[in-house]
Write a protein that binds this ligand. Structure first.
Ligand SMILES: Nc1nc2c(c(=O)[nH]1)N[C@@H](CN(C=O)c1ccc(C(=O)N[C@@H](CCC(=O)O)C(=O)O)cc1)CN2
Length: 281
């Protein structure tokens, strides 16, 4: 039987309905949640993502402020804007869309955001909170992947999870979240000599590489859960993930599609983090 496709759009709708009722409760108490979204430059994909974030805020009753700047904005000016937003009581979350133009140091920018408003969960302090199991904002993409896995009803305790990719924004936090859920975790990466050796043993595979067909059907254990974080283009320019969806579907128990899997959940978990921030303020 082909795998169940895990529907990120349907799960997002369900979670966004919960978020909307929490936002309404806060607004009724005179504390409407607020998110500042900063975009520097004209990257076409980033423009779509920020537009979708602002629209998603409107849909759930989160007040959003979109600040768009030319690509030649100085680092100093961006840091000054972040300082002002840190001090603004109507703003509970600050998001700087990545990537930034080359002349701006992303680490400096991320560290300038108050930890209490770091709804992207990208700062060193947020990473430390995740590492030590303290309350804090989880990076939106891995947080969304965990919700997608949770939606299958499979308990991760004692399961073997393999994460392919070791980025600070996806691979590493993903491994920590899986560990927190009591999975046995292996991280594979570009220097792993025989990827299939690890993935064939995995009950859960999370592919976050940025290269299509990284995971093929012969590399997947029957009944595994496969989460595809990749966003690539095939030879016809069509959006595709890191995994061979059609073939793996015949082997796995659950698999996320691209588009319609992890992507929409990234935005949903940003809304969730913003609500949590407003509730704590
Ligand atoms: N500050 C941040 N920058 C970036 C993040 C982030 O979480 N915070 N993540 C990515 C981009 N991103 C959100 O910002 C994002 C990417 C993709 C999707 C999405 O819904 N994708 C759709 C397909 C879209 C398409 O057709 O092109 C899907 O997978 O269904 C949402 C958000 C980098 N920057």
């Amino acid at each position: 039987m082909p795998a169940q496709s895990i529907d990120g759009i349907a799960l997002s709708q369900k979670l966004r309905a919960e978020i909307a009722s929490r936002a309404a409760a806060l607004t009724a108490k005179g504390k409407q949640p607020g998110l500042a979204v900063i975009l520097v430059g004209e990257d076409p994909a980033s423009q779509v993502y920020v537009r979708n974030k602002v629209k998603a805020c409107g849909d759930v009753g989160i007040h959003s402020v979109l600040e768009k700047y030319e690509a030649d904005l100085t680092e100093e000016a961006l840091l000054a804007r972040i300082a002002a937003l840190n001090a603004d009581p109507a703003i509970h979350g600050i998001l700087v869309q990545m990537p930034l133009p080359k002349h701006i140091n992303p680490h400096k920018v991320i560290e300038a955001i108050s930890t209490a408003k770091d709804v992207d969960g990208y700062s060193v302090l947020s990473a430390g909170e995740l590492m030590t199991g303290l309350d804090g904002f989880r990076p939106c993409t891995p947080y969304g992947c965990m919700k997608l896995i949770e939606s299958t009803g499979v308990d991760l305790r004692g399961k073997h999870a393999v994460v392919i990719g070791r980025s600070n924004t996806v691979g590493k936090p993903m491994a920590l979240l899986l560990l927190q859920a009591n999975a046995t975790v292996t991280i594979c990466h570009s220097a792993t000599p025989d990827l299939g050796l690890y993935t064939r043993q995995a009950d859960v595979v999370v592919a976050a590489v940025g290269r299509r067909n990284t995971l093929t059907a012969d590399m997947v254990k029957p009944d595994a859960i496969v989460i595809d974080v990749g966003m690539n283009r095939d030879d016809n320019g069509k959006l595709c993930g890191d995994v061979d969806f059609a073939a793996i579907r015949e082997v796995a128990a659950h698999i996320t599609p691209v588009p319609g899997g992890v992507g929409p959940m990234t935005i949903t978990m940003l809304l969730m983090n913003t609500i949590e921030s407003a509730e704590k303020a």
